[in-house]
Design a protein. Structure first.
Ligand code: ADP
Ligand code: MG
Length: 445
């Protein structure tokens, strides 16, 4: 959750008032109150059954739309209640200060379910000790880095879970740097959609005992965000609060980040996670297979552990695929069957990030035919998704500017411009930024 539900609700009412006019608004919505927000559903209280029914009939769609717009979450829905507050359903508001942002925590990402091996033992031990005792100078800040799918997010969410259960008096803020950026940009926008007050935004961080930020490499290149982050970071640090960050590379390679931020990261504990060795992959595999209730012959398990080795996420993907096949298609997991399934799986996951798949996903997101992206049209509807495709090809594949240009039949300077343009739009427009994140997730997912 990237927003404070109460604030989004207030903003939505403000806008409803403008759109409906005061007279109508006063008759129907002036006493509407925020009751709760849970699983994407806002519960709105009204003072009588008649009012609740009327509003539900006549304004539900509009309110939903306003809430979606204000929160940036397209899946928001609304229910109405006329029951007094103490009786209203879904009273459990999840916006308590303690759990701010913690909705993003995955239930299974706990220490107990994190398999240790030589590749991650130090990261695990440090994360665990930090979760039990905050702010010890030798491990503050804690900087965890490693390649994709190796368990960084799992580990730092485990810290958050642990704080929730074992140190309920401590507050934490768990956020990815991309979300931080989106929030920051939203707080900066004057008037329209400005439901996050900059001071409130900062307070949320200042009041945390733990600041846990995932994928800090995305702060790169955004100087104002880095500045704000640095100050928040310093302020927390000086007050003995614990900071934990992850990144896909070590501090000294976070080049576009300012020197002072990098040296701050280096001043605490820096630990890495490496790809797991065979033994650890076997242990992880056995855990996932037992989660899925799948029994496999030893040689099949061994084959999987030996073959699927680039990262743990890929290993999980293989188990999920196997589970789906066994359940849906009466697939018998003999070594031969599993081998052909996995061969295809490994082929397709490396095939997914290429020019034609990226343009087709981008096309889908922007509602344009992917073939037109390769064409000559310069209309804005086509131009932007084309530039986004170039940007993502550069970001997600190892293709050079020239190679990307070749695919679109353009030269490398056009690609470079496209990348600059997209970077600028990302910094200027939080909704655009969100869209890019969604596209990336769908490509990498
Ligand atoms: P990263 O953030 O480094 O890209 P994630 O934390 O998202 O990686 O891990 C990818 C998946 O692999 C997650 O579902 C996670 O639970 C699982 N995973 C990674 N490492 C381990 C481990 N050591 N034990 C159990 N599961 C793991
Ligand atoms: Mg991660």
């Amino acid at each position: 959750m990237l927003f404070v539900p109460e604030d989004v609700f207030d903003l939505c009412l403000d806008r409803a008032k403008k759109l409906m006019g005061s007279a109508k608004y006063n008759s129907w919505l002036s006493n509407a109150s925020f009751r709760s927000f849970s699983d994407g559903v806002f519960t709105i209280g009204l003072d009588s059954k008649i009012r609740a029914n009327f509003v539900s009939h006549n304004y539900k769609d509009n309110l939903e739309e306003l809430l979606r717009e204000a929160s940036g979450d397209p899946d928001i829905s609304v229910v109405f209640t006329h029951l007094p507050e103490t009786l209203s359903l879904g009273k459990v508001s999840n916006s308590s200060r303690h759990e701010l942002f913690s909705n993003y925590l995955k239930p299974g990402y706990v220490f107990d379910r994190f398999i240790q091996g030589p590749n991650n033992r130090l990261a695990f031990a440090t994360a665990y000790s930090v979760a039990c005792e905050m702010g010890r100078s030798s491990s503050n800040p804690l900087f965890i880095y490693g390649g994709v799918g190796l368990g960084k997010t799992h580990l730092i969410q485990a810290i958050a879970h642990r704080i929730k259960t074992n140190q309920p008096d401590k507050t934490f803020c768990y956020i990815s740097s991309e979300e931080f950026l989106t929030m920051f940009l939203r707080a900066m926008i004057p008037n329209k959609n400005n439901f996050i007050d900059m001071e409130k935004f900062k307070d949320k961080f200042r009041n945390s005992h733990y600041l846990i930020m995932d994928d800090v490499q995305f702060l790169s290149n955004k100087e104002t965000t880095q500045d704000l982050f640095f100050h928040l970071f310093n302020d927390l640090y000086l007050r003995g609060r614990q900071i934990i960050v992850t990144s896909d590379r070590p501090p000294h390679e976070l080049e576009p980040l300012t020197e002072r931020l990098i040296s701050r990261f280096q001043s605490g504990m820096v630990v890495d996670i490496k790809p797991p060795m065979l033994e650890t992959r076997l242990a992880i595999l056995n855990q996932k297979l037992s989660d899925e209730n799948i029994n496999l012959d030893g040689d099949v398990v061994f084959y999987l552990a030996e073959t699927v080795k680039s990262n743990v996420r890929q290993l999980e993907g293989a188990v999920n695929l196997l589970a789906a096949n066994i359940r849906i298609q009466n697939f018998v997991p003999t070594i031969d069957n599993v081998r052909s399934l996995i061969t295809e799986y490994l082929g397709s996951s490396s095939r997914r990030l290429n020019p034609s798949s990226i343009t087709s996903v981008v096309g889908e997101f922007f509602g344009v035919n992917p073939n037109t992206l390769k064409g000559k049209k310069r209309k804005r509807e086509i131009l932007i998704p084309r530039q986004v495709s170039m940007f993502l090809l550069r970001d997600l594949t190892s293709l050079s500017l020239e190679e990307i240009g070749d695919y679109f039949d353009r030269d490398h300077s056009t690609v470079l411009n496209a990348i600059k343009r997209v970077n600028a739009m990302i910094s200027e427009d939080p909704f655009f930024n969100r869209k890019i994140i969604d596209i990336k997730e769908s490509l990498l997912g």
